[in-house]
Design a protein around this ligand. Structure first.
Ligand code: SPV
Ligand code: MG
Length: 438
């Protein structure tokens, strides 16, 4: 007697969402027409490469799918690309909303299609559901991620999750949007900035003022607010010297309440000048005792576990030597600093590399922050290998915008019209639609 067996086909779909809405339900419904539905949940590490930071835990996201009707099995997907999962599950189909056909996610789709084609599998693109409810949920998720309690703790979470956290300088809503939205796919890998740096240099420069703590806190907070209005990523505030200890404690309170994740204060006193001037201008380093007291007082007034006070060491900038830098790092850490920023204005990264290596020999945990402005050749991978946890691109957006704007101004003056500059400008249609309406 012949027994007939019908093998059910498998269809795979991957989710990276905090909320299940009609669009997801539609995908599952469609998927069921093809066979047994296996749903993947992206890990936090994978999700933050190209998506928003999740506002619920990985376990909660697993539970969300487990409760869904029509899903027969849940699996974990460790990477934005599907190679591993396809090798493992060998699904006949992979189903996804057709929104992945454009933008950086196109590379994911192409990769999936190529993998499936090797054994006759197929991609199923379902028209993306974009109704009022989906739009509202999407907006809510973004707004939730921007709330102080979620945003503030994200820097610590990222330091745990990322080989090295990358922060980009921002000083306005517009630059904030660039840090928030820029995602690239390069050789099959995805990347985006993790955090934003409110640089005193660039915040001052944008206002046409020197970087000497002249732009007051009210104005600096205003910049933070402009950035916060349009972003969800964590903010690291350049607090200059932190000012008087009596004032610093209020600054810590205000920043923490706003949802800023960290303040970095530098061990200088008196009229602060930008570090990249080095010893060409008069700058005075603080005493170890006084700066430690500032750190201790800041930590004392802090209310949450999330907020970080990071101590910035100016010993190499002011040519006080490596031993002084390491001695201060130790002292600041003992005073309660949550991280150490080591700065240099050398064209070679050698002294930063030496500091990281030697500091790591005695302290394997305290986050190290670096700012490779004068030694840009060093890669993030090289910095991470030396034990650095956070890299700040402190002024590159401002330094790229200024020459572009200046050239445009010069060319309009030269040609008495704007045609010569027009072709290198963003199209009017794009600038009009750059900012999402609520
Ligand atoms: C800033 O961006 O304002 C900094 C870094 O403090 S630096 O300009 O290199 O001193
Ligand atoms: Mg500064």
């Amino acid at each position: 007697m012949q027994v007939e067996t019908t093998m059910k086909k498998t269809i795979y779909t991957c989710f990276c969402t905090d909320v299940i809405h009609a669009g997801h339900l539609n995908i599952i419904q469609e998927a069921q027409k093809y066979g047994e539905v296996i749903a993947g949940v992206l890990t936090d590490e994978a999700m933050i490469r190209f998506n928003r930071f999740p506002t619920i835990s990985f376990e909660e996201r697993m539970a969300l799918l487990r409760n869904l009707e029509g899903v027969s099995r849940i699996v974990v997907q460790n990477s934005p690309l599907y190679d591993e999962i396809i090798r493992e599950l060998h699904p006949e189909y992979v189903i996804h909303g057709d929104n992945w056909i454009s933008g950086p996610t196109r590379a994911i789709r192409d990769n999936v299609a190529a993998l499936l084609a090797e054994y006759g599998g197929q991609v199923v693109d379902v028209p993306y559901t974009y109704n009022e409810e989906v739009r509202r949920i999407d907006r809510r998720m973004k707004e939730r991620a921007a709330m102080p309690e979620f945003r503030r703790r994200r820097l610590r979470q990222l330091i745990r999750l990322r080989p090295i956290v990358k922060a980009l300088e921002v000083h306005s809503g517009l630059t904030g949007l660039i840090a928030e939205k820029t995602i690239v796919e390069h050789n099959g890998a995805f990347d985006q900035f993790d955090a934003m740096w409110i640089s005193s240099l660039c915040d001052s420069t944008a206002k046409g003022k020197p970087d000497i703590e002249l732009v007051d806190m009210t104005s600096r907070f205003r910049t933070i607010n402009d950035v916060m209005e349009v972003t969800t990523k964590p903010i690291i505030f350049d607090g200059d010297t932190g000012g008087l200890i009596e004032h610093f404690v209020y600054t810590v309170r205000s920043l923490e309440r706003m949802g800023v994740s960290a303040i970095i204060i530098e061990d200088k006193v008196g009229l602060k000048k930008n570090s990249l001037f080095g010893t060409a201008v008069e700058q005075t380093q603080d005493t170890v005792e006084h700066f430690c007291e500032k750190i201790r007082m800041g930590k004392r007034v802090q209310l949450t576990e999330d907020f970080m006070i990071i101590a910035r060491i100016e010993s190499l900038i002011l040519e006080q030597g490596m031993e002084d830098a390491l001695f201060r790092a130790r002292a600041y850490r003992q005073a309660g600093a949550d991280g150490i920023m080591i700065h240099s204005r050398k064209e070679s990264p050698a002294e930063i590399v030496e500091f990281c290596r030697r500091f790591r020999q005695e302290d394997s945990a305290t986050p190290i922050v670096v700012v490779p402005s004068s030694f840009p050749s060093i890669t993030e991978e090289e910095l991470a290998a030396q034990g650095a946890n956070l890299v700040i691109y402190a002024n590159q957006l401002t330094r790229s915008a200024f020459p572009a704007m200046e050239q445009t101004a010069k060319d309009i003056l030269k040609y008495h019209r704007a045609q010569e500059v027009d072709e290198r400008l963003m199209p009017i249609k794009e600038i009009l639609t750059l900012i999402d309406a609520l």
